[in-house]
Design a protein around this ligand. Structure first.
Ligand code: DCP
Ligand code: MG
Length: 361
């Protein structure tokens, strides 16, 4: 049976809410997060007006002010974003109960059997986007297709305030033309490796035997084999509760010195801290993952007295765990940090990671 999957993603989510609630910001370049004096801190998101200047999520506010001196730096109001997220979810629930939120502003919906018997997933996506506009004064983009992978890619193709349908008859041609960098879940290191093997598009991957892909990419090879054929059977999972948040990075060149590893850990800890903040979560257990050049993986964990979402605490614990793992004469190809054991679980929405560490399986 062919499923009908919709991926909905709000446009410039935090920034659009601030422009809605503060008319003086409308039509202006604004960023949410960071500091107005351009001191510390990174931008959570930028309005589309600010994006014209090249301003992006995760950029420092200092850089944002360099790119556009008149940009307005707005303090985030997470409780408001969370309320809006609940309102969006209520709109989704008019059409289906099979809703899998990925973060506050993003969710997969399985509308194969929609509650209202509408039947057309395109019409349902249109109706949802109309309701969001009329009831909440915000815009969303949607991707509609036969599985999560394609719906997620499609929602990005007509942003902002648009939708894209990749129907069953277009799946094969779409996947063949898709550059590997666009594959959801393929990080920059994997993409570089694919390019070096002459794999530039879905069509190139499709020519390879499954065993060869597995030889090069481990178990992800099975996923690439299937997805190049447009096959992604992962179900939309409602009520998936977030148990941990993780980020990791594979390095283009193996690292041997602690001095090289600490700045990398700091970047990774920054990503984890930001995701914790975004999802209003604090965790007690910090885990460091180390993959050596020979692909051996070890993890080291420590539980703290108090749950945290602070970059400094996460980083310091991670560095101590790394040092304690004994690094003599070892080459490290990947480092990762996981925060788990959340306090007040069930509070936050769910979020999967991105890049190299996305859980595809
Ligand atoms: N966010 C964040 N830090 C990031 C990325 C995003 O805090 N590095 C927050 C702010 C965003 C929200 O999450 O408003 C949703 O993230 P998206 O990636 O969907 O970005 P936007 O909704 O802001 O913009 P787009 O229109 O590209 O979806
Ligand atoms: Mg969004």
């Amino acid at each position: 049976m062919v499923r009908k999957i919709i991926h909905i993603d709000m446009d410039a989510f935090y920034a659009s809410i601030e422009q809605r609630d503060n008319p003086e910001y409308r039509g202006k370049p604004i960023v949410v997060g960071g500091s107005p004096e351009g001191r510390g801190g990174v931008v959570a998101t930028a309005s589309y007006e600010a994006r014209k200047f090249g301003i992006r999520s995760a950029m420092t506010s200092k850089k944002a002010l360099e790119l556009c001196p008149e940009v307005v730096v707005v303090r985030p109001r997470f409780d408001v974003y969370k309320t809006v997220s609940g309102q969006i979810r209520e709109i989704f629930s008019r059409y289906t109960d099979l809703i899998e939120p990925l973060s506050l502003d993003e969710a997969f919906l399985d509308v194969s059997f929609d509650k209202q018997g509408i039947g057309s997933a395109i019409d349902i996506a249109t109706a949802i986007r109309c309701a969001i506009r009329e009831e909440l004064g915000l815009t969303a983009s949607a991707g509609i297709s036969v599985n999560k992978f394609l719906a997620k890619i499609a929602s990005d193709m007509n942003k902002p305030d648009g939708q894209t349908f990749i129907g069953p008859s277009r799946v094969e041609a779409f996947m063949e033309a898709l550059p590997v960098e666009k594959f959801f879940g393929v990080g920059k290191v994997t993409a570089a490796k694919m390019r070096s093997l002459g794999l530039l598009t879905g069509a190139d991957i499709k020519k390879k035997e499954e065993a060869e892909l597995v030889r090069h990419f481990g178990k992800a090879g099975h996923f690439y084999y299937k997805i190049a054929r447009g096959i992604d059977e992962r179900p939309v999972q409602p009520d998936r509760e977030i148990k941990s948040l993780a980020a990791e990075d594979t390095f283009p060149v193996d690292l041997t010195l602690l001095d090289e590893m600490v700045p990398e850990l700091e970047k990774i800890a920054g990503t984890v801290a930001q995701r914790l903040g975004r999802n209003r979560l604090k965790g007690r257990t910090i885990t460091v993952k180390i993959k050596y050049a020979d692909f051996r993986v070890i993890t080291r964990s420590r539980s703290l007295v108090r749950a945290t979402d602070e970059l400094g605490v996460i980083l310091q614990t991670a560095v101590e765990l790394l040092v304690g793992s004994g690094l003599e004469e070892k080459k490290v190809r990947l480092l990762g940090i996981t925060v788990s054991n959340f306090e007040g679980v069930g509070e936050g929405p769910m979020e999967v990671g991105d890049g190299d560490q996305l859980e595809l399986f």
